[in-house]
Design a binder for this molecule. Structure first.
Ligand SMILES: *[C@@H]1O[C@H](CO)[C@@H](O)[C@H](O)[C@H]1NC(C)=O
Ligand SMILES: *[C@@H]1O[C@H](CO)[C@@H](O)[C@H](O)[C@H]1NC(C)=O
Ligand SMILES: *[C@@H]1O[C@H](CO)[C@@H](O)[C@H](O)[C@H]1NC(C)=O
Ligand SMILES: *[C@@H]1O[C@H](CO)[C@@H](O)[C@H](O)[C@H]1NC(C)=O
Ligand SMILES: *[C@@H]1O[C@H](CO)[C@@H](O)[C@H](O)[C@H]1NC(C)=O
Ligand SMILES: *[C@@H]1O[C@H](CO)[C@@H](O)[C@H](O)[C@H]1NC(C)=O
Ligand SMILES: *[C@@H]1O[C@H](CO)[C@@H](O)[C@H](O)[C@H]1NC(C)=O
Ligand SMILES: *[C@@H]1O[C@H](CO)[C@@H](O)[C@H](O)[C@H]1NC(C)=O
Ligand SMILES: *[C@@H]1O[C@H](CO)[C@@H](O)[C@H](O)[C@H]1NC(C)=O
Ligand SMILES: *[C@@H]1O[C@H](CO)[C@@H](O)[C@H](O)[C@H]1NC(C)=O
Length: 371
């Protein structure tokens, strides 16, 4: 196994990784106080093989629940696991981000919490794992640091490596954000990347400490903070930190509630009862009415210049909270929020090329696994 070829490759990997050993591990995450902070963060991943499926992504990134992967990509909750992904489009992968302050350096940084875990296969080098399997989202140096590997050539088949993906939980410009890690491909610019995700170029530059956009290097991992919708979710709710970026949806409250974010709706999160997904921890979903109004979560009534919405306000072990939201929006749109989900928004990010080749029977396979 330790062929000359293998050794040369690993030697090359060590040399190539050398500059990154000096760069910090993860993105800045200054919101981390004395204790660690957790949040949901994203990585943009372009599968290297042309037969990647949702289940291969799920396996690689150790994603327990399929629904968050689907909702982050604005794919219907009934998407079959074996649907083939378009290799020319990135898929957004959710991960659990942990931010903490190093006792040694004093720096507060964010990396994926205890995962994903990669099991070393025959012929793998750290260089392949970092740049091939994980498409440059991690460096050889970072793999060595968190796994305590002093000599990069000393990895064995079957070793379980923690892959520390960069992430952050920080607010950006005073607003909640969902941070996305994006690997710069050669020939792309800060302007192009910022435009692709609907973020201001100046924001991307500030967050990444880029003074001159021409200094962007191919392979550099950029922190792209996606703006999330504001909501009426209470701070004592189990999902008080639910952040949904523009153009995506989220399924929450034990699958009972679906919420979506569209910038055109004033950056306000819109939620309604999930209809096609089974509740995960309740046998039936608890009441979702706004008491004394006859309205349910997602219902809206409008009179001349006043729109009243029964909004989702979070959940606890027993119940789902609701609240009445009044808006004085004269030329605004009115109507029920329910049913908005049918408009596919983010299909530009991910095209399921083989979708129409498949039977589109709602495969409940993925949903069963949720939660
Ligand atoms: C991340 O993991 C921690 C520790 O297991 C857990 O407390 C937290 O709820 C998780 N956060 C998310 C967003 O999954
Ligand atoms: C993709 O194809 C390669 C060979 O072409 C094969 O080794 C691999 O198992 C396939 N992966 C999946 C998920 O089907
Ligand atoms: C996906 O799975 C379904 C049922 O499990 C099967 O009918 C279909 O042929 C599969 N499609 C592919 C591309 O493997
Ligand atoms: C790393 O391990 C390889 C294989 O055992 C060895 O040849 C090499 O000298 C080691 N490198 C360092 C810097 O210790
Ligand atoms: C929000 O998302 C929609 C659809 O994906 C897109 O057309 C629009 O430009 C985005 N707006 C912002 C401000 O990001
Ligand atoms: C990250 O934080 C450190 C220390 O607080 C700071 O010096 C550095 O400029 C920050 N990096 C970016 C990209 O903002
Ligand atoms: C939660 O919200 C309530 C009222 O909005 C506020 O009084 C309280 O301080 C908040 N608690 C925390 C922990 O933020
Ligand atoms: C599920 O519900 C039970 C009973 O209400 C509760 O004890 C448990 O913590 C819940 N689990 C989750 C994951 O919410
Ligand atoms: C209120 O919402 C419920 C649940 O989504 C829906 O069945 C009902 O038709 C809505 N009522 C009105 C008046 O929009
Ligand atoms: C809108 O109507 C509700 C009752 O339907 C009322 O309580 C509220 O004060 C009104 N808000 C505005 C801004 O007129």
């Amino acid at each position: 196994m330790a062929s000359i070829h293998f050794l040369l490759l690993t030697a090359a990997a060590v040399l190539l990784s050398f500059p990154s050993l000096s760069s910090p591990l993860g993105f800045n995450c200054t919101s981390a106080m004395a204790t660690a902070t957790f949040c949901r963060s994203l990585v943009s991943f372009t599968p290297t093989s042309n037969n990647a499926t949702l289940s291969s992504i799920q396996l690689l990134f150790g994603i327990k629940h399929l629904v968050p992967l689907l909702s982050t990509n604005n794919l219907p909750a009934t998407t079959p696991l074996n649907a083939t992904l378009d290799p020319s489009h990135p898929i957004l992968v959710p991960l659990n981000c942990s931010c903490s302050r190093s006792h040694h350096t004093g720096l507060a940084l964010g990396i994926s919490y205890k995962g994903p875990i990669y099991k070393v296969r025959s012929g793998d080098t750290l260089y392949d794992i970092a740049n091939g399997v994980f498409a440059g989202l991690v460096t050889v140096g970072d793999l060595q640091t968190v796994n305590g590997i002093a000599n990069a050539s000393l990895i064995k088949v079957g070793d379980r490596l923690w892959v520390p993906l960069p992430c952050s939980c920080d607010e950006v410009e005073g607003q909640d954000a969902v941070h996305l890690a994006h690997v710069t491909s050669s020939g792309s610019s800060v302007e192009e990347i910022a435009g692709e995700y609907g973020v201001a170029q100046s924001t991307v530059m500030a967050v990444n400490g880029i003074g001159d956009p021409r200094a962007l290097r191919a392979g550099q991992v950029l922190d792209v903070p996606l703006r999330a919708c504001a909501s009426s979710i209470r701070n004592d709710s189990l999902d008080s930190r639910l952040l949904v970026p523009n153009g995506t949806y989220a399924v929450t409250a034990n699958n009972c509630v679906t919420c979506s974010c569209h910038a055109i709706n004033n950056w306000m999160l819109q939620c309604w009862p999930s209809q096609t997904i089974k509740p995960s921890n309740w046998t039936v979903c608890p009441s979702m009415s706004c008491q004394g109004t006859g309205l349910y979560v997602g219902n809206t009534t409008s009179s001349s210049c006043n729109r009243t919405t029964c909004a989702y306000a979070g959940y606890d072990r027993q119940s789902i909270f609701t609240t009445i939201v009044n808006e004085g929006t004269c030329p605004g749109v009115s109507g029920n929020f329910a049913g908005r989900m049918s408009s596919p928004i983010l299909t530009r990010i991910l095209l399921l090329v083989s979708l129409w080749l498949l039977n589109l029977h709602p495969t409940l396979e993925g949903i069963k696994e949720c939660c």
